[in-house]
Every structure is written in structure tokens, then in C-alpha cells.
Design a protein around this ligand. Structure first.
Ligand SMILES: Cc1cc2nc3c(=O)[nH]c(=O)nc-3n(C[C@H](O)[C@H](O)[C@H](O)COP(=O)(O)O)c2cc1C
Length: 437
């Protein structure tokens, strides 16, 4: 029988849980325990990975101030994903943990060292979501007045990845000898400086960590622009995307695979994961009612627009909710999300655009129904798209224990019953599990 399995990831961030809702956890997840428990639940459901989003600023674009983001707990407070990834990784045995860190924030040496350390701490289950940042507000926290333009950020990031590769290769895999009798820990002939001098970075090396179990972390990327797609197709092991519907999903994946081939890579070595925000219920009607309730809640509109303002640095509070956007908007930030949202030419009012987005900014297809209904639909979609998996999340990334359970104990078993999701991990390392099918 053909293997119909696809991969499952979860997209979240280290922000308050679904604190406003009746099944919230109180809004103070700062000791990490709520998210560590979530990681254990996802491991029980055999997810490939949990991915922690990140930004390095307090958003204050929506309405021209930080009021909406702080009042609503939207994209802030947001704690550092790297220590949380360690906590999650050390509390699990098979689940991959992926932290987002920006090439505009960390010097490559620190990034390589941190990734190597976490990959060792998690026994080969760490991944890095490679982002180039998208906001001038972030830039101002790092000694810049504004971010360089997108294409230059990608040019810098290409060089950054070259440095990372050289640093990881600065220790031969067998450099650690650990010969007690001879008193030799590491062989000095197998650890070499890299003496890198490029257009943007200058790094002597070698790295001062031992080779980690995966050699380097898994690279995750979300490039959407042509340059971004080239970057992702060159470097990524897994690409995360938000598309508008099945046809766009299919086209995106085919485009990435074509680019990967052009760069001499095996397209099957890249797992493209599409964001979805399932709404699950005991019956299809109940799920539909839940979905409508969410779309029509006043919080939903403000949260969606405030979050879009944060990542595009366009103030959506200035536009009339009951009119179409006055012009086609462009951003130096997250252009893919903006383009998907604004559906330029559709004639929809701003409010209709928010509602039409359904799962906020992050759902590639609408998934509403019982676990069986949604599992069937996910199977159909994957078949049409060709692979490789889904990245489950919620409209503004807030989670409750109840939603996690609906997925891990309702949806995933329904997928497993259909042969669409793994029922056990075949490997210990994240890379091997990603390449398993
Ligand atoms: C699922 C998903 C997750 C993302 N996570 C982050 C993130 O955590 N931090 C960040 O700065 N950007 C994040 N991005 C934005 C991307 O890194 C990238 O900037 C965006 O997709 C636009 O790509 P482009 O600049 O090539 O158009 C994410 C995008 C997607 C689709």
C-alpha cells in the first residue's frame, strides 16, 4: 500500500496563552511549564516538530502606538524562544524543537554556537527558523535606524549561511578523541580556523563547541518573495508557508521544488509545510458555529489587524473597516502575508478581508468540522498539493490546553486511522524523522 503519510508541525510562540477565553490558562506562561506540557502532548501525537515564532520588538504600528499590542497581549509580551526550545527538548525524546532567531540580531559565531549547543542538549532534535527580520522597530533595537531592503537582507543572509556552514565544518566529525590513556580530549589537527572574510561578515573561527549530533541544526525558512524562495530552496530542510487555497499551495510547492533542482538539490530533501488553523467540534455544525463565533468576535478583527500591522509596519487602524483598502499596499516586511491578506482587486472591505482570511493570517485552507471531517479534508488537500505536511496553529497563535487536546487526541488519531500521520517515531533525530517519508 502506498505511504500516504504527511508531516505535522505546530507553529506557536512564547506569548500568553488563550488568556481571555473560558478555557485559557491564565496568561502567565513564563515559567515555560505550560509550553513544556504542550511539547509532551505533541510528542505523544508524533508531531515532527514544534516551531517557536519570534520577533524582537514591541509592536507600535497599529493606531500609531503600543496600546493595542500591550492591551491585547498581541505579539507582546514575547519571551526568548531559545531557552524555551531547550526546556521543551529536554522534556521530550523524539519531538523536534525549532526556534526562530534573526540573522540581523545574532552575529554568525554566536548563532552557530547556540545552535550547536542546543542540538547537543536535545540529542539532535534542534532546528533554526532562519529569519532576516521584517521591521524597522526591530532594527532600532540593534543599532540601526532601519532594516536594509529585503533583497540586501537575503544577500547578507546567504553570506551568513556560508559562514555558519564553515563554522560547523571547523571541527572534523572525529575531532573529539577522548583518549584517556594518552590524555587527549580533542585532536588539534582536526579543528581549524575558517578565516572568513566576506562582504558583510569577518569570522576567524574555529567554533568552540564539539560537533553536534546533527552536525548542524535543521534549517527552516519561510521566504515568500522570489529572493526569499531562492534563499529557502538553497538552504532549507523545511519550508513553512501560508498559501491561499489548494491551487496556490500546489503552485508554491512545485515552484520551490523547481528552484531546489536548479540549485542541485534533491527536492524531496525539503519538506514544505502549510499553515492551517483547524476548528474542531463534536459535530460539523458545532464546529461551524464555533468558527463563526470566532470570526464575528470583536477581538478577532483587532487582533488580526494589529498583528498584520506589526509584521508589515503599515497602520491598519487608519483604514475604514467598511471600505476596500484605498491602494495596493507594499512593505519591506512580510510581503507574502500582506499580499495574501489584501487580495488586491477583490473589492472586499477591510472587515470582509479579515473574515475571508478565516484562520486569521495563517490558514492556507479552511478546516472546520469533526476530527473525521477535517482529517478527510487534510488528506484530500495533501493529495492535490503533492506533499509534504501541515503546520498547525491558531489565528493569532494563542493556544489553550483544550485546543491542543482537540488536535492531539481528536484530529491526530483520525489522521492516523486513515494512514495519513505517523503512529510512532522511526528515528531519534529530527532530520531523520523529516526524511522518513
Ligand atoms: C509560517 C511562517 C512563520 C514565520 N515566522 C517568522 C518569525 O518567527 N519571525 C519573523 O521575523 N518572520 C517570520 N516569518 C516571516 C518570514 O521569515 C518572511 O519574512 C516572510 O515569509 C516574507 O518572506 P519574503 O521576505 O521573502 O517575502 C514567518 C512566515 C511564515 C509564513
Amino acid at each position: 500500500m502506498a505511504d500516504k503519510r504527511f508531516h505535522l508541525g505546530w507553529f506557536m510562540n512564547f506569548t500568553p496563552d488563550e488568556w481571555r477565553e473560558p478555557f485559557g490558562q491564565g496568561g502567565r506562561p513564563w515559567d515555560g511549564q505550560f509550553y513544556v506540557e504542550m511539547a509532551k502532548s505533541l510528542e505523544r501525537a508524533c508531531f515532527d516538530y514544534i516551531m517557536i515564532e519570534d520577533k524582537l520588538m514591541v509592536p507600535q504600528t497599529y493606531g500609531g502606538s503600543a496600546k493595542a499590542s500591550l492591551n491585547h497581549g498581541m505579539m507582546v509580551p514575547k519571551h526568548d524562544p531559545a531557552p524555551l526550545a531547550v526546556a521543551m527538548g529536554m522534556a521530550t525524546q523524539r519531538l523536534g524543537v525549532i526556534a526562530t532567531m534573526s540573522t540581523m540580531a545574532y552575529p554568525p559565531f554566536l548563532m552557530a554556537r547556540l545552535c550547536s549547543t542546543i542540538d547537543s542538549l536535545t540529542n539532535g532534535r534542534f532546528g533554526w527558523n532562519v529569519v532576516t527580520s521584517a521591521e524597522d522597530l526591530m532594527a532600532k533595537n540593534f543599532g540601526m535606524d532601519r532594516l536594509p531592503p529585503r533583497d540586501q537582507r537575503y544577500e547578507m543572509a546567504d553570506e551568513y549561511m556560508e559562514v555558519m556552514g564553515k563554522l560547523f565544518a571547523s571541527w572534523d566529525p572525529d575531532a573529539v578523541v577522548l583518549d584517556r590513556d594518552a590524555g587527549i580530549y580533542a585532536d588539534e589537527t582536526k579543528v581549524r580556523p575558517i578565516d572568513f572574510e566576506g562582504k558583510y561578515y569577518k569570522v576567524r573561527g574555529p567554533l568552540n563547541t564539539v560537533p553536534s549530533p546533527q552536525g548542524r541544526p535543521i534549517y527552516v525558512q519561510a521566504g515568500a518573495s522570489p529572493k526569499g524562495r531562492d534563499f529557502a530552496a538553497t538552504h532549507a530542510d523545511s519550508i513553512v508557508s501560508v498559501a491561499s487555497g489548494v491551487e496556490e499551495m500546489r503552485k508554491f510547492r512545485a515552484d520551490i521544488r523547481e528552484r531546489a533542482e536548479k540549485f542541485g538539490r534533491d527536492p524531496d530533501s525539503i519538506k514544505v509545510m502549510f499553515c492551517v488553523t483547524p476548528t474542531l467540534g463534536e459535530t460539523d455544525e458545532e464546529a461551524r458555529a464555533k468558527y463563526e463565533r470566532m470570526l464575528n468576535s470583536p477581538h478577532f478583527i483587532v487582533d488580526t489587524l494589529a498583528s498584520l500591522s506589526a509584521i508589515t509596519e503599515i497602520d491598519f487602524a487608519q483604514y475604514d473597516l467598511d471600505k476596500p483598502l484605498p491602494e495596493k499596499l507594499v512593505t519591506n516586511g512580510e510581503s507574502g502575508t500582506l499580499d495574501k491578506f489584501q487580495q488586491w482587486g477583490s473589492g472586499k472591505t477591510l472587515k470582509e478581508l479579515v473574515v475571508a482570511g478565516g484562520g486569521g493570517l495563517v490558514s492556507s485552507v479552511e478546516l472546520v468540522g469533526t476530527p473525521d471531517t477535517v482529517a478527510d479534508r487534510m488528506g484530500e488537500v495533501m493529495e492535490e498539493v503533492g506533499g509534504d505536511g501541515f503546520l498547525i496553529t491558531t489565528p493569532v497563535l494563542r493556544v489553550s490546553r483544550r485546543f491542543i487536546t482537540e488536535v492531539t487526541d481528536g484530529l491526530v488519531p483520525a489522521l492516523q486511522k486513515r494512514g495519513l500521520a505517523r503512529t510512532a517515531y522511526a528515528h531519534e533525530k529530527l532530520r531523520d524523522n523529516l526524511l522518513d517519508f
